[in-house]
Design a protein around this ligand. Structure first.
Ligand SMILES: [Mg+2]
Length: 346
């Protein structure tokens, strides 16, 4: 590898003009070379133009703030890379489009950076964003534009557009009593990874299995193939699990006016790969399975009797509300108090 000059290693964003910094970011986002089919006009003008082929645009937005959503240095010694933050910005946003049964067409990104941020960290962020889009399989998506600004801490906001390609959207409100409740992707892995980051256990002492959980927290792997597949298979309701199975499940149950009943044996199976972190930290894997968010697995309901689409596993069922009952999540018919992450809770 060519030796990087010391001045380049220590160069901060304060040492570059906005246009110089953008000139370093754009090529890494492949913005010049690669536009999605929906991009009528890419970056370089006052605004981008994205086509909405069936007359509708699916849109979502998500923000990550330093010391709120991530730490640059964690208790266990792990340093969050720009790549991690860029990847996560892509993953979180693409997951929300997936959860509607849609396909992402473009992303726009707003970066707020303290003057002391290393330029190499920002370049790394652009690499992570591009890699997230590509490696998670959002082939029809590209970065259509963005904005740079200064602030006291790093903040990354991404907005994503998507298309339903003429199909229906899968909302949270369509679950019906008798439907099968199914999951694609994982739950609890990112929460176990977060617990490892927040522990005092040196990151370098982790086993490959423990490290894999930490990696899911830093670079989530939402099953982007699963959303459109669930829609065409006849999913009645769907959402991505960003705040925890119980908390997000309760949102779906509330929107549908029903109860979700989870199958204990399936919950145990979902926690199988959490053993290496659970033993190390002395935490019941079920805590992470029920309350852990950020894996961005898809929770969906399907009419009973249909074959579940590939990659979905049945984990419970939808039941009618009893006369005095509120919508919510149960385990084997019993109300569960396990919560997921709520940004505004104590
Ligand atoms: Mg969501």
């Amino acid at each position: 590898m060519p030796e990087i000059p010391l001045s380049e290693k220590t160069l901060t964003v304060a040492g570059l003009s906005e246009s110089d910094l953008l000139a370093r970011i754009f090529p890494r986002l492949e913005m010049d070379a690669r536009h999605s089919a929906a991009t009528v006009l890419g970056p370089g003008d006052d605004a981008a133009i994205i086509s909405a082929s069936d007359g509708r645009t699916v849109i979502s937005i998500d923000t990550q703030v330093q010391d709120q959503d991530f730490r640059l240095r964690w208790a266990n010694g792990y340093h969050t890379t720009g790549f991690d933050v860029g990847w996560k910005a892509a993953a979180q946003n693409l997951s929300d489009i997936n959860a509607m049964g849609a396909t992402a067409t473009s992303l726009v990104v707003s970066l707020t950076l303290p003057p002391g941020t290393l330029v190499s960290w920002v370049e790394d962020l652009a690499d992570g964003l591009a890699a997230g889009i590509r490696e998670l399989g959002a082939e029809e998506c590209s970065v259509a534009g963005g904005d740079l600004g200064r602030g006291r801490e790093i903040s990354v906001t991404a907005a994503v557009l998507g298309t339903l390609n003429g199909g229906r959207a899968v909302l949270r409100s369509g679950a019906r009593p008798g439907d099968v409740l199914a999951l694609a992707g994982t739950v609890g892995h990112a929460a176990a990874g977060l617990a490892l980051l927040e522990s005092e256990l040196d990151v370098h002492s982790l086993t490959p299995e423990q490290r894999a959980l930490l990696d899911i927290q830093c670079r989530p792997q939402p099953p982007l193939w699963a959303g459109p597949l669930a829609r065409t298979a006849g999913a009645t309701a769907m959402l991505d699990i960003s705040d925890g199975l119980v908390r997000d499940g309760a949102r779906l149950a509330g929107a549908s006016g029903a109860v979700l009943d989870l199958e204990p044996r399936e919950l145990g199976r979902l926690g199988e790969r959490l053993g290496p972190a659970s033993e190390l930290l002395g935490v019941d894997p079920l805590t992470w399975v029920l309350g852990g968010g950020e894996d961005h697995g898809l929770l969906a309901t399907f009419p009973s009797g249909i074959q579940l689409p590939s990659g979905f596993t049945a984990i419970g069922s939808v039941q009618a509300l009893g006369t005095t009952e509120s919508p919510g999540v149960k385990i084997a018919g019993r109300v569960t108090g396990a919560g997921g992450w709520d940004h505004f809770a104590d």
